[in-house]
Design a binder for this molecule. Sequence first.
Ligand SMILES: [Zn+2]
Length: 102
Amino acid sequence: MENPTQPPPYVMPEDEYNAILKSLMERRATVPCSRCGGNRFELQPTYTTLPLVPDFRMASSYGGHIPCAIIICNGCGNINFHSLGALGLLQAHENPASEQAN
Ligand SMILES: [Zn+2]
């Protein structure tokens, strides 16, 4: 049985969660839902990746991927993916020393 005082391993650290929210706000990614017009969204506390494939038949065996944050509309369940690279959040993880120097 899991230790109830430890978060599940698939939950991102709180500072990363807050960095995603901050980046989305800075980029004005806050307009109402494109499907239902609702304005209540939830950032999922996990990451996902989108596979990059030159041919759809290779979807499960090709290596490239885009790391993403997941936003879900609370009204209709519309799911949006935001590239962590485009949000400027990959550089800090790949080279934390340069982040501290700035
Ligand atoms: Zn919606």
